[in-house]
Design a protein around this ligand. Structure first.
Ligand code: ADP
Length: 345
């Protein structure tokens, strides 16, 4: 199973002729709302590939929160551990995109900013339940939980009813996915819990920010893009050569493996044993929003299926490329046949 501990946002996107000046009111061309948030996007990418995907995070007690939960569930993501925090808004990204494709974005974390140690305790409960071998008669046919949308953390009993243990039992092969759109203290605590449980941690250090030294050794795979890598290592990362140096510098900081995403120029991956380059798939990109999230979803899905890292990077690259061919975030995530078809080319 893959557990995503992270952000859930609604994107409110206005198309405008140009970006507004301070104090100015502009008339837009069009408006759409779309479910997003790096955590939720990654959870959807995984579920769409047919891999069990559990989301842990928070939405607000508003209509957006209900829409966000519904979108996750429609994709097949398990949301029993998404808390509805009635006291605050859902996370919102208000986005203006002008005729030149330039954008202006205001992200208000809302409920995402409240993720704290109680959410980490829910993670701990999920890990505990997933680590048990399945008992007789229990299985994937158990009914979905009815408690989504309520306002208190689930009890242990409710959790046990709502989560079917994996068919083989045990946490072996489970993965925790993290990003940086929730408080860093919660990210660190979640990584510590995963480490203690012996499961792999993949950190997408996005949006770009500096990280404390203590986080790196808790991370099995870190997956920055060039901007994020540059922020972490303190020099400009642009292209293969500097990405290779950055990936090695990240290993020095204590991560197990470092993958630097170079968009249409491919991926650099540094492990303890080697550094290799994986080219991007050649596609016609229309909108690269959430390509990075698709990459992480594809990477994690391949790893839980037991594939080696080199092959998992190819899955990530294929999922990222396919996401770039479609508009939107969660709506751009591919299914398994589409992924396999691209990889077969
Ligand atoms: P982020 O969204 O985090 O900035 P990237 O833009 O690097 O990440 O995209 C993530 C991955 O998706 C890339 O490493 C690549 O594999 C794939 N990808 C993104 N854009 C394209 C593209 N235009 N063509 C092919 N693959 C792409």
């Amino acid at each position: 199973s893959i557990i995503v501990f992270g952000s859930i946002n609604i994107d409110l996107v206005s198309k405008t002729p140009r970006l507004p000046l301070p104090g100015e009111t502009l008339t837009g061309h069009s408006f759409v709302t779309a479910p997003g948030g790096k955590g939720a996007n990654q959870a959807v990418a995984i579920a769409k590939l047919g891999v069990p995907s559990y989301m842990i995070g928070r939405v607000g007690g508003d209509n957006f929160g209900r829409e966000l939960l519904a979108s996750l569930q429609a994709a097949g993501v398990r949301t029993e551990n998404v808390l509805v925090d009635e006291s605050i808004s859902s996370g919102v990204a208000a986005i203006a995109v002008d005729d030149n494709g330039e954008n202006q974005i205001i992200i208000t974390p809302g409920a995402n900013g409240r993720v704290d140690e109680t959410d980490v305790e829910r993670l701990q409960s999920v890990l505990k339940i997933l680590s048990r071998p399945p008992s007789q008669g229990e299985g994937t046919s158990s009914p979905p939980s009815q408690r989504e949308g309520t306002n208190s953390p689930p009890s242990q009993g409710e959790l046990e009813k709502s989560i079917s243990p994996p068919s083989q039992g045990g946490l072996e092969g489970s993965i925790l996915l993290l990003q940086l759109e929730i408080p860093l203290s919660a990210v660190i605590a979640a990584a510590q819990v995963a480490k203690a449980a012996g499961i792999q941690v993949i950190l997408d250090p996005a949006p770009a920010q500096n990280l404390p030294d203590e986080l790196y050794p808790l991370v099995d795979i870190i997956t920055p893009n060039e901007t994020e890598a540059g922020r972490l290592v303190g020099f400009t990362v642009d292209g293969r050569e500097t990405a290779t140096a950055a990936a090695r510098a990240l290993l020095q900081k204590g991560v197990g493996n470092a993958i630097v995403k170079l968009g249409a120029r491919g991926v650099i991956c540094a492990t303890q044993a080697e550094t290799f380059f994986t080219p991007a798939f050649s596609v016609t990109a229309v909108d690269t929003v959430a390509a990075g999230d698709a990459f992480n979803g594809g990477l994690a899905a391949a790893l839980v299926e037991g594939l080696p890292l080199r092959q998992a990077v190819v899955w990530g690259a294929a999922a990222g490329a396919l996401a770039a061919t479609k508009p939107g975030a969660q709506s751009a995530m591919c299914d398994r046949p589409t992924l396999e078809a691209l990889m077969a080319t």
